[in-house]
Ligand binder design. Structure first.
Ligand code: GLY
Length: 364
């Protein structure tokens, strides 16, 4: 098992990464519990694959478990399911000293974390991420929230978990498309801050889903990078925005595809990182071969690496640019992009000419 501490003073916590952590969750949770009871929020898929072993392990340790099972999919990260979750937690008589467990991918983690943030003005919660995306990104760092008609993640709160248990065994049952989507966030770490990690991924990425040692290294390294950034900039006053590499493009594409199965978030992040590389090249920051190298790696992973890989029609480049205007990272009405001075060397740019963005969107 690998442990990555997230150093946030009195709100510090561990991210523990390894195989079998769901089954043995009781031993990790016991020190946090003030009474032998937990409530779990999960989705229909994870309720079949992971909830039985979490429940069995907790009940064997004398811990009572109640579970709310929500529909799987991005549409669950919405006001109706949020209301339902908060009301269910109140019906379970969850008290401020209790622990809410988010068992699932990014949708469940963000939704349950936000519910925990507002319930009784804040109860503690534990993230047990079951997707690669949630393990390397959304379960760490305390961003919680839901989507609204106006855009993604526009309503939410910073609420740090008390513990994260990333059981890499949960990736055994993850559909390959979901695994590859999560991998989009892994690649992001290499591109934003660690060229050697990107090189490691080029060599090892294609074998990663099948090998525990590779999973452990990739998840541990990604979480380590995220923990360091979050510890320096918890509420995204500056550096944390680097974690949004590819996300301005991604959010526009997700909006254009109606947050549907046509494009998973991590797929959008991967394409967004590639478009950010294209934009960086167009602005003279990256050599010609850098975007080609990123695209080649995505292709080697069997991932989407062009707008034409997204099924169905997309709005034209100008309409996509307009969709970026609703992104919450807009500062004083100007679009912000995370660009690269090199692979592994990202920075925040506030004055990117719109025409260059349009040329990039039209070029891929
Ligand atoms: N997913 C980006 C962040 O946590 O800041």
């Amino acid at each position: 098992m690998k442990t990555v501490p997230v150093a946030l003073g009195s709100r510090s916590y561990d991210v523990r990464i390894g195989r079998g952590l769901i089954e043995s969750a009781a031993q990790h949770l016991q020190p946090l519990l003030r009474r032998p009871k937990v409530v779990v929020v999960t989705d229909e898929n994870v309720a079949t694959t992971q909830l039985p072993s979490l429940r069995a392990g907790l009940e064997a340790a004398g811990i009572a478990v109640d579970a709310l099972i929500l529909p799987a999919g991005e549409a669950t990260k919405s006001w109706p399911h949020f209301t339902r979750t908060v009301e269910w937690l109140l019906e379970q008589k969850v008290e401020r000293r209790d622990i809410v467990i988010a068992l699932g991918g990014g949708v469940i983690g963000d939704l349950a974390g936000f519910a925990a943030a507002v319930l009784r003005r804040g109860v503690r919660f534990v993230q047990i991420p079951t997707s690669l995306l949630a393990m390397v990104d959304s379960s760490v760092g305390g961003k919680t929230g839901i989507n609204t008609a106006q855009g993604k993640n526009l309503v939410g709160a910073f609420h740090q978990p008390s513990l994260v248990l990333a059981d890499i065994g949960a990736l055994d049952t993850l559909p390959v498309r979901e695994f590859r989507a999560g991998y989009g966030e892994v690649v992001k770490y290499g591109l934003l801050g660690d060229a050697a990690f990107f090189e490691w991924l080029e060599v090892n990425g294609p074998r990663m889903q099948g090998e525990d040692a590779l999973r452990l290294h990739a998840v541990g390294h990604s979480v380590g990078m995220k923990a360091a950034i979050v510890a320096r900039d918890e509420t995204e006053e500056g550096e944390r925005a680097l974690l949004n590499l590819g996300h301005t493009f991604c959010h526009a594409l997700e909006k254009a595809t109606g947050y549907s199965d046509r494009l998973l978030h991590g797929e959008g992040v991967a394409i967004g990182c590639l478009l950010a590389a294209d934009l960086s090249r167009k602005l003279g920051l990256l050599p010609q071969e850098a975007p080609s190298r990123v695209a080649a790696h995505l292709r080697a992973m069997g991932m989407k690496a062009a707008l034409s890989d997204i099924p169905g029609d997309l709005p034209d480049a100008r309409a996509l640019l307009a969709l970026m205007g609703q992104d919450k990272k807009v500062v004083d009405g100007r679009l912000r992009f995370i660009l690269m001075n090199g692979i592994g060397d990202a920075f925040i740019a506030d004055d990117v000419p719109a025409e260059k963005v349009i040329e990039v969107l039209e070029g891929r």
